[in-house]
Design a protein around this ligand. Sequence first.
Ligand SMILES: NC(=O)c1ccc[n+]([C@@H]2O[C@H](COP(=O)([O-])OP(=O)(O)OC[C@H]3O[C@@H](n4cnc5c(N)ncnc54)[C@H](OP(=O)(O)O)[C@@H]3O)[C@@H](O)[C@H]2O)c1
Length: 292
Amino acid sequence: MSVIVTGASGKLGRLVAENLMDRLPTADLVLVSRHPEALRDFAARGADVRYGDFDEPLSLRDAFAGGDRMLLISTDAVGRRFTQHRAAIDAAVAAGVGHVVYTSHPHPVAGNPLGPVAEEHGETEEMLHESGIGWTALRFGTFAELQVQPAALAVAAGRLVTNGGAGRIVPISRRDCAEAAAIVLTTSGHGGRTYEITGPEALSQGDLAALYAEVSGRSVKVTPIGDKMLVMGLVLHGTPRPVARAIAEFGRAVREGFFDVVDPAFEGLSGRPPMSLREVLIPHRGDLLEVA
Ligand SMILES: NC(=O)c1ccc[n+]([C@@H]2O[C@H](COP(=O)([O-])OP(=O)(O)OC[C@H]3O[C@@H](n4cnc5c(N)ncnc54)[C@H](OP(=O)(O)O)[C@@H]3O)[C@@H](O)[C@H]2O)c1
């Protein structure tokens, strides 16, 4: 059985590729990327590394040829992903791929304050449902590694400035997301299933501040702030306005409960609990203290 991973040179893609190396004969692993040269190490170990770019649909014909199953890693090009993912799904159908596993998002619905960041995932899930191909959606919670930078800033300031209100997040490590994807790609019984792949516990802003304090050994208190003040403050400190807005939208989505999903699916698939945010942050203790 030949398994394709798209976007294989990204952070998640490489982790999935590494995990699949232990589950498949390496010759059955097809790694597709816009940067095949970045995957030389996998090619040297026997993986089939191919060029493929969703913005060049013709490149996908050769990239996906002979694949039985495929992990479609959502791209980072927010606003263009509907077209990109459409090209990938059409090419998978044309190449005779039997099953596509898609990396989705919690609550990928209209009305999510994240707008296209979330909605494009829902649109892609719909495309898969209608494509006639076998599919599985993996709705990953927020990546735990993305908490390192905000944690470092909070430690440096001694306060976690947040518009997240009473909202909670359920971070999951990329490594666990990659393991869930590799399991679904190489085992049966996942057709037509949507899995919420989340961390072990929902964390409030107070929980996050306490955890940042515990890991860093510094005091961190929560400072609540409104959406507009947050954007203004970030812009005053040199953050480009669109980035400041995106940060505020994330906080609003947290506040309104769009990330508050705890689900046992990861443990059901892997047989072990997912890593906690504490376990992810501890090796980053030096990073948390770097800004201070
Ligand atoms: N759950 C979360 O918290 C969270 C947070 C951020 C992002 N995400 C989503 O998860 C994805 C993977 O995250 P990551 O951390 O691994 O991000 P990353 O390292 O920035 O990777 C970006 C990914 O997009 C792919 N890509 C970009 N343009 C493409 C194109 N034209 N055709 C095909 N592939 C394209 C890249 O593939 P190549 O460079 O190899 O071609 C790569 O896999 C992101 O792209 C995003 O959709 C989830």
